[in-house]
Design a protein around this ligand. Structure first.
Ligand code: H2U
Ligand code: ZN
Length: 350
């Protein structure tokens, strides 16, 4: 083997994730492994608009017996099986070892139905209806953030059975917690230190770099940019960034809510078009904690983490080296971005 330098898209290398401050191993030569190029049958049917046994459809009974109202827009409710409680006070453990550490963790869990129509997804909803969802995310962030024991509001959507979603009805969850969870905390520390060192914002600088290079940009509009990050772990991972330095859904202007809705639709439509299926993913938003501090260095963003690799059936598993060493990918982020960018903006079912 020659020792002369070879282009990044041909040779194993590692890339740095400055948000989580960890490395990802990139092995592009492995994409040359034999591949039968499976694609699934395009899902032709749109599915039921109303499912009488769905616990999220309007008017239906939930597991606890409560009936949903006959809602016509966005509908939010307290999760009947919350992971956190507002009044949980675990017993102090006087004889505990310093290695057995416990903290109380209070919180609230909410479920938000995006739309009464059971068959829809973000990709297939009208942009105006997604804008209403964005407004609900802002309202929930403000209301939950105002609770004295809440310091962080994590909104996320698990889409598709492959990502553990319990129900196809378009919905997301909110877990509002007393403590800032580890991943956003790590990202905030990285942004804070970057700001102290460079006197600028990590993600503002990163957005400018990506727009200048263009090769990892998937879509953009007046207010938002979607890119496959340089350090992406999941094959078709994307990062959605506001062009303006803003820290929370509560900072969005009316125009930014519309533009963000349009960007969510643009990205999820490309995802669905990639393998002509309703594309599974976890989508999460990182925003400023609600502890009342300014958190000037925090730049709002959305992460899409989709599991699929080559087809509707072939997913990436985070096992082996990833469990014991660190994240690894084969397909380069540049190739993933090029494939997503090249897809039509129109949904394959429309
Ligand atoms: P997921 O699809 O991401 O699991 O979200 C659905 C949530 O809905 C889940 O957290 C809640 C579950 O606890 N749920 C209710 O609150 N009431 C029900 O009747 C069933 C499910
Ligand atoms: Zn439903």
């Amino acid at each position: 083997m020659s020792d002369s330098p070879r282009p990044l898209h041909l040779v194993p290398h590692r890339r740095y994730n400055p948000l989580l401050r960890q490395w990802v191993l990139v092995s592009p030569q492995r994409t040359e492994r034999p591949w039968q190029g499976e694609t699934s049958e395009p899902a032709a049917s749109k599915g039921l608009d109303y499912d009488p046994v769905c616990y999220l459809c309007p008017g239906n009974a939930r597991s606890g017996g409560v009936h949903n109202p006959a809602y016509t827009g966005v509908f939010a409710f307290d999760n009947d099986f919350p992971a956190l409680l507002s009044d949980a006070q675990p017993d102090a453990q006087p004889n505990a070892s310093p290695l057995l550490v416990t903290q109380p963790e209070r919180g609230r869990c909410r479920v938000i139905c995006f739309h009464p129509n059971h068959s829809l997804t973000l990709a297939r909803m009208e942009a105006d209806d997604i804008t209403t969802v964005v407004a609900a995310w802002a309202g929930e962030t403000a209301a939950l953030g105002d609770l004295p024991y809440i310091n962080h509001v994590q909104i996320f959507e698990n889409r598709g059975a492959m990502m553990g979603s319990s129900n196809p009805h378009p919905h997301c969850q909110i877990w509002a917690t007393e403590h800032v969870p580890d991943d956003p905390l790590r990202e905030m520390a990285a942004q804070q230190e970057y700001r102290e060192e460079h006197h600028s914002c990590l993600l503002c600088d990163y957005t400018a770099t990506e727009l200048a290079q263009a090769e990892r940009v998937v879509a953009q509009n007046d207010h938002f940019v979607a890119i496959v990050p340089y350090w992406a772990t999941w094959p078709f991972e994307t990062l959605l960034l506001p062009r303006r330095h803003l820290g929370s859904f509560t900072d969005f202007t009316a125009d930014e809510r519309c533009a963000f809705a349009a960007m969510l639709k643009a990205v999820t439509t490309r995802y669905d078009n990639l393998f002509q299926i309703s594309f599974p993913y976890s989508l999460g938003f990182h925003q400023r904690p609600t502890d009342g501090k300014a958190h000037e260095s925090m730049h709002f963003h959305a992460h899409f983490f989709p599991p699929l690799l080559r087809s509707a059936e072939i997913r990436k598993f985070m096992v082996g080296f990833e469990m014991f060493g660190g994240p690894q990918r084969d397909l380069t982020p540049e190739t993933a971005a090029e494939r997503l960018r090249a897809l039509p903006e129109k949904h394959y079912l429309d």
